[in-house]
Design a protein around this ligand. Structure first.
Ligand code: AMP
Ligand code: GLY
Length: 426
């Protein structure tokens, strides 16, 4: 099978690395790809917003399956265009991608289907939002409805902070994403991520993970896309996982199908494990980044088989995915300045030396300059990932590799996995 992978981050490098291990893979192509992905795929500079160009590419290169990595093209309807041209796609259609693209849409679906989640109100103007605020205690959660690159959520500790966040969002600080604002009840508990593959009818569990969203050690400082992650999230016990599937995932998949928006792809549930049981924080319509990196390190099944079975509605006909019981952990090496303005262009060297320690280094934000030198080109630059017999062993292997990498203007958190290691050893 010839596969086209869309995207350019660490998530897509991990997918490319795993797809490349499949004996069923013919040729792997990527748009646009990155220097890590280029080790496994032919990379092409085509604008993903130009749906016609992507369809034409698939024709010219006899593509059998398109794997869409990031949310933007999914929410933009690239899946619909490709399916319209009779091309198999891993990733939901535009209507189904609203599970990530509109927080209000998802909250309404939860309400209709009786899915446990935080109480909420959808508001379409500042006056409406301010009037609704009185119904909530403190802290209160204020969210821009649309895609805001993970930045459209404010946990307001005071009424003034809540009013400021509302004013900000309606004034356009998140652009169109803030044209509608969702106000939510604040939930307490530990967070975990759960992944399921579905073709709209069959659902299979695809592992769990926990990430570290804050930039600073001890989970402090501003939010980021994720500074590290590990899998599995053992706090999500097999019993809790079953509860998540029956009370959250299955009713979602059924409601989407019943309402003519069958969801096909990976469903990434952000969960809060509250005293009353697991509740949905949000859905994403793609793999987590960097959660995907640790899932791929543990996946033992053939990824081409799995993703093509999802795309072709054959998930019930194949063996469910198998994962190594060994935990995996990834440390994000970020450019100085992230999550503000990252320093670009620093040289990166010694990745083979790092991998000689048994780690796998996924490229998240790198480019090769004209002389072939690897340089930083984004905020999150490398995902240094390893497996081990324990989370501590995986962490030690990852940090040994981090320390072997020559990457000047960078930083990483030194405490990835701390909560799990404390539990492991407690
Ligand atoms: P989201 O982008 O919706 O995942 O929100 C980002 C982060 O905000 C989550 O990972 C949680 O830490 C936090 N969060 C979002 N909604 C709530 C809520 N209702 N209660 C408590 N924390 C929340
Ligand atoms: N790491 C969180 C996400 O991918 O949304």
């Amino acid at each position: 099978m010839n596969v086209l992978l869309l995207g350019s981050g660490g998530r897509e490098h991990a997918l490319a690395w795993k797809l490349a291990q499949s004996p069923r893979l013919g040729k792997l192509h990527a748009i646009p790809g990155n220097p890590g992905i280029a080790e496994h795929a032919a990379c092409h500079a085509i604008d993903l917003a130009d749906h016609g160009a992507v369809v034409a590419f698939c024709g010219e290169h006899a593509i059998d399956l398109v794997v869409i990595g990031p949310e933007a093209p999914l929410v933009d309807g690239l899946g619909d265009t490709l399916r319209g041209a009779a091309i198999s796609v891993f990733g939901p259609n535009q209507a189904a991608a609203r599970l990530e693209g509109s927080k209000g849409f998802t909250k309404d679906l939860c309400a209709r289907a009786g899915i446990p989640t935080a109480g909420y109100v959808r508001t379409g103007s500042e006056a409406e939002a301010l009037a609704a605020l009185g119904r909530f205690g403190l802290p209160v959660v204020i969210k821009a409805d649309g895609l805001a690159a993970g930045k459209g959520v404010v946990i307001a500790q005071t009424a003034q902070e809540a009013r400021d966040a509302i004013a900000d969002m309606f004034a356009g600080s998140f652009g169109e994403a803030g044209a509608e604002v969702v106000i939510e009840e604040f939930m307490t508990g530990e967070e975990a991520s759960f992944f399921a593959l579905t073709d709209g009818a069959t659902i299979v569990a695809f592992g769990s993970a926990q990430d570290h969203k804050r930039v600073g050690e001890g989970d402090t400082g501003p939010n980021t896309g994720g500074m590290g992650a590990y899998s599995p999230a053992r706090v999500l016990t097999p019993a809790l996982e079953r509860e998540v599937i029956t009370r959250i995932i299955a009713p979602t998949v059924k409601a989407m199908a019943d309402e003519g928006m069958a969801y096909s792809g990976v469903l990434f549930a952000g969960l809060m494990l509250t005293a009353e049981g697991p509740k949905l924080i949000e859905y994403n319509c793609r793999f987590g980044d960097p959660e995907c990196q640790v899932l791929m390190l543990r996946l033992e099944s053939d990824l081409v088989d799995l993703l093509s079975a999802v795309a072709d509605n054959r998930l019930a006909a194949i063996a469910p995915p198998a994962f190594s019981p060994e935990p995996a952990l990834t440390v994000v090496m970020a450019a100085t300045g992230y999550p503000g303005t990252p320093v670009k262009g620093s040289m990166i060297a010694d990745l083979p030396r790092a991998e000689a320690y048994g780690a796998k280094v996924f490229h998240a934000g790198t480019v090769r300059d004209d002389a072939g030198v690897l340089r930083a080109s984004g905020g999150r630059v490398l995902n240094v990932s390893a497996r081990g017999t324990s989370v501590r062993a995986a962490r030690d292997a990852a940090y040994r590799a981090v320390d072997a990498i020559d990457f000047g203007e960078s930083f990483c958190r030194r405490d990835i996995g701390w909560r799990e290691i404390a539990r492991e050893e407690g």
